[in-house]
Design a protein around this ligand. Sequence first.
Ligand SMILES: Cc1cc2nc3c(=O)[nH]c(=O)nc-3n(C[C@H](O)[C@H](O)[C@H](O)COP(=O)(O)O)c2cc1C
Length: 184
Amino acid sequence: MKVLGIAGSLRVGSLNRSLLRAAQELTPPGMEITVFDLAPIPLYNADVEAKGDPEPVTALKAAIRQADALLFVTPEYNFGVPGVLKNAVDWASRPPRDSALKGKPAAIMGATLGTGGTGRAQMQLRQAFVFTQTHALVSPEVLVARAQDKFDASGRLTDEPTRKSVGKLLEALADWAPRFKPKA
Ligand SMILES: Cc1cc2nc3c(=O)[nH]c(=O)nc-3n(C[C@H](O)[C@H](O)[C@H](O)COP(=O)(O)O)c2cc1C
């Protein structure tokens, strides 16, 4: 199973990018996670879109289409989805009738410094996925609160309960995703 991982933070030391790297280590047999870097994605602009997708957007849509499932790793900014990630979802959702996100199975997780563990950001992402018809896995949730205490200085996820939760989420995604295979 090919999973495309997308983290909603651009910074090098991002806890969410680190969480995504941990997921790459914790995959169940048969699953491979590749990471798409959102740094080159421009801000959504319908005038730009009308002239044709910029190359990084074309690459994003192609990577989503080629994946069997998606793994979104979201920070939480002001109780919501950071613009970087929402912007990527907005590009990928176009055109709505034939969007790369339509019908895709997806899992969500996230890490914050605070105690909420991205619960509110994840709910916002789920809300957007109702419109995009992206099949977001409901359970288990992976809310990594106080994340600064759960990674070492090199960005490795060291907290064992969190490693177990990530593994369980990926197992659930492996079970969930085949239910939405496009008809041959
Ligand atoms: C603009 C902004 C808003 C933030 N809002 C929240 C928030 O609502 N809840 C929270 O727990 N942390 C919040 N934080 C702190 C983030 O959890 C923290 O910066 C985290 O490390 C971001 O993820 P990253 O490490 O993947 O970049 C905010 C940070 C920024 C820059």
